[in-house]
Design a protein around this ligand. Sequence first.
Ligand code: T1G
Ligand code: NAD
Length: 693
Amino acid sequence: MTAITRSVGLARRGRVAVLTVDNPPVNALSQHVRQGLRDGVKQAAADAEAAAIVLVCAGRTFIAGADITEFGKPLAEPGLHEVLDLIEGAPKPVVAAIHGTALGGGLEVALACHYRVAGKTARLGLPEVRLGLLPGAGGTQRLPRVVGVEKALAMIVGGDPIGASEALKDGLVDEIVDGDLTAAAMAFAEKIVAERRPLKKIRDLDEKLAAARGKPEVFASFRKSVARQTRGFRAPERCIQCVEAAVNLPFDRGIERERELFLDVLSSPESKAQRYFFFAEREAAKIPDVPADTPVREIRAAAVIGAGTMGGGIAMNFANVGIPVTVVEVAREALDRGLAVVRKNYETTAAKGRLTSQDVEKRLGLIRGTTEFAAIADADIVVEAVFEEMPIKKQVFARLDAVAKADALLATNTSTLDVDEIASATARPESVIGMHFFSPANVMRLVEVVRAAKTSKTAVATAMSASRRIQKVPVLVGVCFGFVGNRMLEERGREADKLVLEGALPQQIDKVLYDFGFPMGPFAMHDLAGLDVSWRIRKGLGKKSAVADRLCELGRFGQKTGAGYYRYGADRAAAPDPEVERIILEASSRLGIERRPIADDEILARLLYPMVNEGAKILDEKIAIRASDIDVIWVYGYGWPMYRGGPMFWADQVGLRTIRDKLLEWQKHEGAVWKPAPRLERLVAEGKGFVQS
Ligand code: T1G
Ligand code: NAD
């Protein structure tokens, strides 16, 4: 094989030129790959002995896209369009041989080839929208020509890859091959040559576009169907506009339109944030003193203690990935209530067509309920989710210590309590760890993995890998009140409660955060989690909250009682309640607070700046390993909009000096609670950011 560049090689095998890309870990289209492809295709095209060209990749996957680390830097030649035009314009068939994931620019390379063969487990997709981008190398123009407009819209705006058999059905691949991929692709290429099949250029296809031409309703109904999940994101609408251009413009004009829109999203703050987040999420998996090869315990069976709001959801996560799980409750009545909620959740998902009734029964079949503690003796992992009261937690862990198998991982789902103290109730604190799920636990992707003082590295590694196994995103944190997420939430909550007493109403404050991009504001979130949970915590800590305590005394625990800060109809829609406004005004006057109009931007700063300051303290105390971990926690645990990167990334965009100066201004009026954290002061002095140096 001749090396064209350090990552692309060319060899002729019989009458087929084989171009191999080898750029670990995922064969991203770095500059030297693009150059290698350009020069390699030119050489192979000029080789009279070569009747066809096969493009294949070494390693675990076909090209997984453009090299994301190159974005934001000046573009180095050759551009991808030049390479793709060369491939599509080649005088002999070019066959893409796909294994692993052909994603983004990788699928665009394959779409420029004349034919595509794939291994059975290959996956093909255009996930650029997840990076706040759009397929910028012809993907929005070529894909709809192959799979049709509706399918292309779903793949490009959704970002999910499809499997090889679906791709074959849609005409995206021409053949699924078995065994040695390169050999199979060469055989396919020789067959094409022998049968004198035409050079199939996707750019020339029009039939599937014509089906949507003159039907703007296709796009209107699609826009409507994705409006909720794409709210605030910049790229989805531009993806749709690109596919519209494919339908209404000739190919080359469509490519120009795609280019314009690609440059728009590439330079956007949203994409900058989403690209940052792509790497932040991958960094969160790395723990400096727990190497990736640390042995982990295999999880064949699980157990959950408590079948309340959280226990049921946690059990579903294990059943969803085929792990049998035993749920233990104190009494049959509580158990039946908890398992009934689990069945209802599955049936709701099935009613939306996302699960079959067989799936529902299969998953329910993996969940066994009991009031017998001894039933958890064969569990490899136990997650405790009982009342948030230390004596109950310690009693449960003492019982777990007695009955759980020797190498079981014992995890607590506590939101705020001291995991070291909980671990002290056992003779095996090295196997005790916090696994803090978020409500609803079967939906929210985050798990704060709480490392206690005596937790072993194997326990940490096991909790991290078990979390990934149940499709969660684990982030390692230390022991302190509220860990990372709830500790910062507490700061936001304190200011939200003060703002309500000073003149704002729950619906105004919630709207400010909703418009910022959160799925809901603090008061709607309290109503979802249950006001009684935080009331139980406040009472335990001897703390008061004028309005929230009054609502709880009236039995208004939120959605679970049909009323909290809002009143809830049968459709669970939240409506402002004059009764709540009366309670708030009464509380302000009782506390001698003169109410005043409060502007939205003051509300936003009062809610988010203290969170950022608390994040800085958390880093100073090493409760979080890095600032980007805090951002992953807030995006996956609290609905911080991904297109704003997370609180620490966002703070860098706002400017740390601006935030520090505002904190100092408030400190003058309200004292030390606003004192800027040492790290914040230091970064301002050094002109640096939390995540951007
Ligand atoms: N560029 C640079 N680095 C990348 C990369 C990429 N495209 N993809 C992955 N990496 C790094 C990643 O940071 C990690 O590094 C290592 O590879 C392994 O990744 C013109 C504009 C392919 C499914 O969006 O979805 O094409 O942490 O841990 O779980 O239209 O990576 O080890 O140092 O995620 O097995 C579109 C992104 C780009 C696909 C593999 N492509 N990648 O998952 O491993 S934009 C994507 C993934 C584009 C064109 C446009 C996943 C994966 P490190 P990993 P994995
Ligand atoms: P919940 O009141 O809905 O459920 C607790 C369940 O534990 C009840 O069904 C109760 O019968 C059961 N229980 C109590 N003692 C038990 C025992 N000794 N053995 C077996 N079962 C027992 O509470 P929840 O909201 O599910 O909270 C559970 C835990 O999860 C708490 O530590 C809480 O702080 C934490 N948490 C809650 C949320 C949330 O949003 N609700 C989020 C994250 C973490």
